[in-house]
Design a protein around this ligand. Structure first.
Ligand code: SAM
Length: 660
């Protein structure tokens, strides 16, 4: 009986591990009565197969695989495939000669697991093994993933006593009695890299022992973006409360609450130490799950988009469709902030009964026009004229239909199908309102559109542009999941999927440093428009330098960790001190119109040091009137090739051809 969160409608799956199976039907019936969702069983009958042979680390050369269950008929097919996990039995070899026998033995188990249609098999690795032993096992798993494409392999790593680690732990980890052993995350990183980020490779963190302080920041930074599919909790880690029921220490509770939003499942193992048996463990885990905080509405709206790569919109070159406008319009925060900015602006500036001219440039289906009307009513602006300028003919149709049915619009709104860059306005504006911002601020070509409009003298010399200015921000990102997703991103028109930016709601990812400001643009009235008033902003009239930008950003990253790209955000100053922000540090809470813009790196970069300097370079290049694109590269900790050189994979079109 799956545990359901009372308000979030999310699920927690909990399983029980059996170290031996005498009758798998019994195991299944036992968990059914207790309420567990799945079982983990050994695939091989260890007692018969593991014949001692000291030379080969516990395995004789002629290993014979005997399944732990007598036949696949013991359980129904759908139970095998959905509710049984296999545990592979093997030992790592310390001698190369023993490898073929062990590999053959593991393959037989995987073959059996494939016959049963098990979705996942566990391979336990030991933190006490030498690096070489890990390399042998990683090699075996890498080939198994290729030979058994329907099987997922989950590496089990015990994290006991190693989660409060300082970075020293990673490099000075010593085995009692001598040789160097590896830290749990380094072990996983080795397997993952050896298996080349295989999508069917995941990890289970195993907690067998109870005494430890709370996990460190580094622990979460390293593990929360990894494909941790299971947390394995030994009954030994449970304490007893006053009534004798099993409970977890605060540090385990904090670990669980950080992992649960990432849909991990829990596997309970070990002896039941309570008279009610395993049921009391399950009950407690259900209770903990029910205490997980209720999701915010914006989180719920964003869930279907978690880690889903989207091509950035190009509202200048393309016409947005109705559904996209509808999604924008549902944002509960963005329009409120614009309305507030307009209220403050009207309060500051409207002093007499003269007509206030507002131009909404890129009006879409009119939400900013509505915001302008509401703000003017709130402030008591008596005379107002609003121009709704939109180049998308379909959105203009919507604006005109609103106008037909709304008497206030009929009185004060003029709808015009125009490209703002070339529009000959009948008068100058007191206030220009626009929302042409992309996830990275300037990537929907707000600078090009607004500056062209301003250059034509649309705004009075003392007029106001909302937003007045905006700045993009960037921070380094670790996200193996997004690296995998990008590698699988298929688009025949793109030579390399790592050389284009993506809009993505990053879920399985960790920001590795605070975001730093990148490109800045501001929009002020242009006083002398004589040289621009008749010309469109062709290459002859606008300088290629105007919107060109370059920035070098250096971050301190707390390693060891893998770097996969950079996440981009923006902050916009609408008016006065009213800001709209997607920067996690200054976030406008509840706003979901923009997801971060991800600039990927074509290869994961290892930031090995505890204070690793990461230096990123980014360019915004412009061919006026034609296209704009970003180029990016790293120079620390290593130098990468320039990504998207000359915009060969991705650029934003500013050409006018689409409209003619
Ligand atoms: C991001 S949408 C915002 C729409 C609406 N203002 C809102 O907030 O929901 C940008 C709008 O600007 C329009 N647009 C982009 N470039 C334009 C241009 N040069 N002239 C006129 N409209 C433009 C697009 O067609 C689109 O409707």
């Amino acid at each position: 009986m799956v545990i359901t969160h009372p308000t979030n409608e999310t699920y927690l799956y909990v399983g029980l591990e059996f170290d031996t199976v005498s009758d798998v039907k019994d195991c299944w019936n036992q968990i059914q009565t207790t309420g567990f969702d799945f079982i983990s069983i050994p695939l091989a009958n260890e007692r018969r197969d593991c014949r001692q042979d000291d030379q080969n680390n516990g395995f004789s050369k002629d290993l014979l695989f005997e399944p732990s269950v007598s036949s696949d008929l013991e359980l129904a097919g759908n139970i095998w495939s959905t509710a049984v996990l296999g545990k592979i039995h093997y030992y790592p070899s310390s001698t190369a000669e023993a490898i073929p026998a062990i590999e053959a033995y593991v393959r037989q188990q995987l073959d059996w697991a494939q016959h049963l249609n098990l979705r996942t098999s566990f391979v336990a690795v030991d933190v006490c093994w030498s690096e070489e032993q890990h390399i042998f096992v990683a090699n075996m798993i890498a080939s198994a993933l290729i030979s058994f494409p329907r099987q997922s392999i989950c590496i089990r790593i015990c994290i006991d006593g190693t989660w409060t680690d300082s970075q020293q732990n990673h490099h000075n980890y010593k085995k009692v009695g001598g040789g160097k052993v590896m830290h749990h995350w380094d072990i996983w990183n080795l397997y993952r890299q050896c298996c080349d980020y295989h999508p069917c490779l995941s990890v289970a963190l195993e907690c067998l022992d109870c005494a430890r302080p709370s996990p460190s920041q580094l622990f979460f930074q390293q593990w929360l973006s990894e494909p941790v599919h299971y947390l394995i909790l030994d009954t030994k880690i449970f304490l007893k409360n006053r009534q004798g029921f099993p409970v977890l220490s605060k540090s385990f509770q904090s670990m669980l609450s950080r992992f649960l939003p990432f849909s991990v499942s829990i596997l309970v193992r070990g002896e039941a130490r309570h008279p009610n048996g395993y049921a009391s463990y399950l009950q407690y885990l259900g209770y903990l799950y029910s205490k997980q905080p209720t999701m915010e509405d914006s989180y719920r709206v964003e869930m279907p988009y978690f880690d889903y790569l989207q091509a950035p919109l190009q509202p200048l070159a393309d016409h947005l469709d109705s559904q996209t406008y509808e999604t924008f319009e549902k944002d509960p925060v963005k329009y409120r902030l614009y309305e507030e900015a307009l209220i403050h602006c009207f309060q500051d500036r409207v002093r007499d009964d003269n007509v206030v001219v507002v131009m909404v440039l890129g009006a879409g289906r009119g939400p900013l026009v509505h915001a302008g009307i509401r703000a003017s009513e709130q402030v008591g602006v008596k005379n107002i004229r609003i121009y709704a300028i939109e180049k998308n003919p379909h959105a203009v149709r919507t604006l005109k239909s609103i106008q037909r049915s709304d008497s206030r619009w009929q009185q004060i709104v003029e709808v015009m199908e125009e490209d703002m860059r070339y529009w000959n306005a009948p008068e100058k504006a007191d206030v220009i309102v626009s929302e042409l911002l992309g996830s990275f601020g300037d990537n929907e070509l707000s600078p090009e559109c607004l500056d062209a409009a301003l250059a034509r003298g649309l705004l009075r010399p003392d007029g106001i542009c909302i937003p007045r200015e905006y700045t993009s921000f960037l921070c380094p990102l670790s996200s193996p999941k997004l690296f995998q997703e990008i590698r699988g991103y298929k688009n025949p028109n793109i030579p390399s999927p790592f050389e284009i930016p993506y809009v993505v709601r990053i879920h399985h990812g960790q920001y590795l440093a605070d975001p730093l400001p990148c490109f800045h643009f501001e929009h002020l009235p242009v006083v002398d428009t004589s040289s621009h008033s008749e010309d469109p902003p062709s290459s002859s009239s606008s300088s290629p330098c105007r919107h060109f930008r370059y920035r070098r950003l250096s971050f301190q990253v707390h390693g060891p960790i893998m770097l996969h790209g950079f996440a981009g955000f923006f902050e916009a100053l609408l008016y006065d001190d009213i800001k709209m922000s997607t920067n996690p540090q200054t976030l406008s809470h509840g706003m979901f119109s923009w997801f971060p813009l991800l600039f990927p790196l074509s290869h994961p970069i290892c930031c090995n040091d505890s204070e690793c300097r990461v230096t990123f370079h980014i360019w915004r290049k412009v061919v006026p009137g034609k296209r704009i694109w970003y180029e990016w590269m790293l120079t620390e900790p290593i130098t990468t090739p320039l990504h998207n050189a000359n915009g060969h994979c991705y650029s934003m079109s500013s050409s006018t051809s689409t409209f003619s």
